[in-house]
Write a protein that binds this ligand. Structure first.
Ligand code: AMP
Ligand code: ZN
Length: 111
């Protein structure tokens, strides 16, 4: 738990949030400012600032599994996943998270 980290507060229940999916170490919830009809965030409960700070293979696998499980639960088979790492890449919340977006078409490369 890191003080004043919004995703720590969500993950530990300090801010009541509906979880689409939850395990002992990971939560999945809706993005507050959705960029697609479906926009979820997959978040480790432990405070890890960026992808560069993730060095736990079991947790890495659990995060990938959570993507699959959340997609299954929402019955989406096509979706975009994004991890922004660092300010210039667009990271605003410095608690690791994976975006899952679906329900519209995306182009590549993104702007
Ligand atoms: P990023 O720019 O990759 O760090 O993404 C941060 C994401 O967190 C943005 O899409 C925000 O809309 C989302 N976000 C920020 N605060 C909250 C919150 N309280 N609940 C849900 N999503 C949030
Ligand atoms: Zn945090």
């Amino acid at each position: 738990m890191s003080d004043n980290c919004i995703f720590c507060k969500i993950a530990n229940g300090e801010i009541p949030t509906d979880f689409v999916y939850e395990t002992q170490n990971v939560v999945v919830f809706k993005d507050i400012n959705p960029q697609a009809p479906i926009h979820l965030l997959v978040v480790p409960k432990k405070h890890i600032e960026t992808l560069n700070d993730l060095n736990d293979e079991k947790l890495s696998a659990e995060l990938i599994n959570a993507i699959q499980q959340a997609a299954k639960k929402l019955d989406i088979k096509e979706y975009r996943t994004v991890i922004n790492t660092g300010k210039s890449a667009g990271q605003e919340v410095f608690h690791l998270h994976i975006h899952i977006m679906a329900g519209r078409s995306f182009t590549w490369p993104a702007g």
